[in-house]
Design a protein around this ligand. Structure first.
Ligand SMILES: Nc1ncnc2c1ncn2[C@@H]1O[C@H](COP(=O)(O)OP(=O)(O)OP(=O)(O)O)[C@@H](O)[C@H]1O
Ligand SMILES: [Mg+2]
Length: 307
């Protein structure tokens, strides 16, 4: 798509395909683009996401001339949108048996923080993590990854983004029974195109990090529940993703191993400046997390910065 200039509309696509926003007056219609953009930052953000999608370019947005006091929530949303969902709804089944697992949820997450998502069984935690992790599409609302609108992308494109940016620890491990611990970790590297000695070394290092250096030859059936969980964590970490989403990562661990995994994930967030979201019932996370989101019946009932 050739570079265009719609400066008078408050939006300028520069020759290097970044998008600059200038002179956006609160409450004023944007000539030429009102039906796409509307008047809100969320609408504008959505438009830019679609633009980036069409051109296959990641965009940069400059909002220097936008008054800070204008729509502070949406402005924050934009800044934090390394990972975000906006107004997402997910329903399983239909008719009388329908279950509303997510009921118009909006959340955004920042790098350098470990967020705990907690709440009673069945309240929608895994469903939320699946939408955040590009594994599940919501029936309405939008989700964003690394500043990019994910909603509307094909399954293949979502898969590519997921492999590039997200390490996902599944609640049920999802290890291949016929493969050794090392091979289960190697798979994640192979999928992202990394093979040979270097991949082997990286997989061994990831197993070492989770305390399984000496168990690399063993298959899942020869590992305890906690060890399987740690292989799943090593697999999520091996590609060095900027985002780690972990569903009950300490559920099968004894308290000592649980503490080790928790400390490790906290270190990834605070020292490596990654974005970590942990779903858990485990009370130990309450004191470790930087923020706690409490869910009930598909909704957020509390969102608290812990420290
Ligand atoms: N594939 C599915 N088909 C139908 N209903 C589903 C499906 N997955 C989840 N649900 C329902 O959606 C709701 C939310 O499920 P979800 O797995 O997100 O809960 P959760 O908070 O992770 O629970 P837990 O703590 O037990 O893991 C539950 O009522 C569940 O029964
Ligand atoms: Mg769950």
């Amino acid at each position: 798509m050739p570079a265009s200039d719609t400066r008078e509309a408050g939006l300028c696509v520069t020759p290097n395909n970044s998008v600059n926003i200038a002179n956006l007056a609160p409450g004023k219609p944007l000539p030429g683009l009102p039906e796409i953009i509307g008047h809100s930052m969320a609408g504008l953000f959505n438009f830019m996401g679609q633009y980036a999608q069409r051109t296959e370019y990641f965009y940069q947005a400059t909002i220097s001339s936008l008054p800070v006091e204008q729509m502070p929530e949406e402005r924050e949303f934009m800044r934090e949108a390394k990972l975000a969902v906006e107004d997402v709804k997910v329903t399983y089944g239909s008719g009388r048996g329908a279950v509303r697992a997510l009921d118009r949820i909006s959340l955004s997450f920042q790098a350098g923080r470990l967020t705990l998502v907690t709440g009673p069984s069945g309240c929608g935690k895994t469903t939320l993590l699946s939408v955040l992790g590009c594994l599940l599409t919501s029936e309405s609302g939008r989700s964003y990854l690394m500043g990019r609108l994910v909603t509307g992308l094909s399954e293949e494109e979502r898969g590519r983004l997921r492999r590039q940016y997200i390490g996902y620890v599944f609640q049920a491990f999802r290890l291949f029974r016929s493969l050794s611990a090392l091979e289960n970790v190697l798979i994640a590297l192979e999928i992202s195109g990394s093979r040979g000695c270097q991949a082997n070394d990286a997989a061994r290092r990831a197993l070492e990090v989770v305390g399984l250096a000496d168990k690399w030859r063993l298959k899942p059936d020869e590992l305890s529940g906690g060890e399987k969980q740690r292989v799943a964590i090593a697999r999520a970490l091996v590609n060095n993703p900027p985002i780690i989403l972990a569903d009950e990562p300490t559920a099968s661990l004894d308290s000592a191993s649980g503490e080790r995994v928790a400390a490790m994930l906290l270190r990834f967030a605070e020292e490596d400046q990654r974005l970590v979201v942990v779903v858990s019932h485990d009370q130990q996370w309450l004191s470790l997390s930087n923020r706690t989101v409490v869910m009930r019946d598909g909704q957020i009932i509390e969102d608290k910065k812990a420290r």
